[in-house]
Design a protein around this ligand. Sequence first.
Ligand SMILES: Nc1ncnc2c1ncn2[C@@H]1O[C@H](COP(=O)(O)OP(=O)(O)OP(=O)(O)O)[C@@H](O)[C@H]1O
Length: 640
Amino acid sequence: MSYIKPEDWIPADGFTLEPAAEIAVRNEMNNLILAGPGAGKTELLAQRACFLLQTNLCPSPQKILAISFKTDAAENLKKRVELRCGKELAARFESRTFDSFAKQLLDRFRLGIPESYRPEKEYSLVFTPREIRDIATGYIKERHPNRPNWQYEINFNILYKRLSEENLPIFEDGQDIYSWVLVRLWDILVHGTGKLQSTLTFPMISKLADYLLQVNPLIKRALQLTYSHVFLDEFQDTTYLQYELVKTIFQGTSTILTSVGDDKQRIMGWAGALPDSFEQFKRDFNAGQIELTQNHRSAPRLIEIQNVLAKIINQNATDARVSNQHSDQKGLCQVWNFHTYLDEATFVATSIASRIQQENISPRDICILVKQQEQIYGNAVINELERLGIHARIEKEYQDLISEECVQLIIDFIRLATGEKTHDSWVRVSEVLIFVNGYDLEHDHIKILNMESNLSDHIQKLKIELQQLPNDEDLCKQGISEMVKGIFNFVGLKKIFRLHPKYASGSYFKQTTTEAVKKLTIAYLKHLDWNSSISDFLGLFSIPIMTIHKSKGLEYDTVIFLGLEDDAFWSFNTQKLEDMCAFFVALSRAKKQCFFTFSASRETSRFGDVQIRAQSNNSISTLYQLLQNANVEVLDVSVV
Ligand SMILES: Nc1ncnc2c1ncn2[C@@H]1O[C@H](COP(=O)(O)OP(=O)(O)OP(=O)(O)O)[C@@H](O)[C@H]1O
């Protein structure tokens, strides 16, 4: 392999980087990169990876570890690095989520954990305080000498948090009832008892990985030697546990860390994001700070408004600059006021329809955002759009499903059998088969040829099955379900579970595939053609409706935010900064147009009851004031 001299390296694929981004890509110190919305954080990290790999500044065989928050963000980054610098170099780029990194450490080095905290090889995952409550109350049989009714004394949300907050090993503190419960709960969870299998939460996994490294300096040293560089994406959302793990491994070592984030998009405080992660990182890692100011996404008018808001969230925020590609278009932002949510639905649907017809944009370029309860806030607009022949859907029901590896495998097989987009699907399916069977590309030619021939046979069989699917809903679903089973049996169910351990325990795999079969059946019966059905399933024909939280990292030509109202921002007074950040995230998803709606009456859900409630905007007057300061037009919209 021949490497490029650092001074001769230029950004891959003709990208031009702003001067600060060039510095960030080439710098060899620990750095915090502050980058606002649309600054191109993913591209920056991909280019930096290429720079380090192509110049061998990440010296072979050392690797780069990139940690992202969402699985799709980690995959997206990995794909971009492969595209920019080829598969061979990209093999030394490990892109993961925090959870998968910690889980991989635990699974690989489990035996290095002291026996008292060592989980079984196969453990289940639980996710909620409620599940932890059920385990604590159901399985702690020992009686507390003085507090026989401890179950009624403790708050299970606090117990859930403390389960992963306390340093291991945990010791009993006679004064603190929680410590008594925690000692017993950890023991039951890691070892299992009776019918309960060894069971962990993801925060516990992070804690165990941290403990493992504290007591095994050699494993820690091995990790430091493996990774010459570490990237931490969306650093504003890093939690205490995640940051502790990074510190345990890399603080004070020669591994170079690059953290990228935007404090104005910190909207995961409720999930434990550190409020001062940037300052801590700069202090703990003696890191420099580089600030990117270009916004490649939004039109000038939208950036103008974002800059006003950014200054209110952080008075030191630097103004973002418009990218050249937007110099010919202005951009539009308005507030639309309505009397009722039905007027709102009619107007929003009609505006969308005319934009799609007149400007030839795809439904997928438009996004409807809400603060919460997307089913309720979006219901009337969905119906009105449907009346105009435009499909909109609650994206949450699909977003996570589509990013599941087992669902991607099903889609690739269907594409292969129906002749659409076959090249990429063939490569992806072959890679899975080669990997799960442990074939070596250099030495196992015959085995790989045999595997490919078996794959072709299976695809032929699948093709016939797909052609013979009945139109009756139940029979069609049954047929698709059989076909999916056939795909998994062909690859080997146990091999799939080994490749993706999250499917191996509990009912997660079954739930995921059942849901995929259900949704594929609906899509197929609508189109009776697999090309359109898959596009439909992937959402290419629908307007997505989602919460601001789910829209992080995404971008759309037009964003319509429904319900800039007190009910939607019900906790604005107690979490002003976080809600302002949420508002900023919503505004900054738009490339060209962004609209906010207010309706004087709206269907909302209170304690499970859907009722029509009068709406106000007094509590969130700060947000309206801000739009006014940025000269955003407010239209009282009568029904068209
Ligand atoms: N150097 C560049 N030149 C031109 N376009 C770019 C460049 N870098 C990124 N882009 C484009 O700008 C848009 C925004 O990029 P990206 O989504 O990576 O931003 P981001 O920093 O992650 O934003 P956010 O924090 O808002 O999610 C994308 O459409 C991307 O393709």
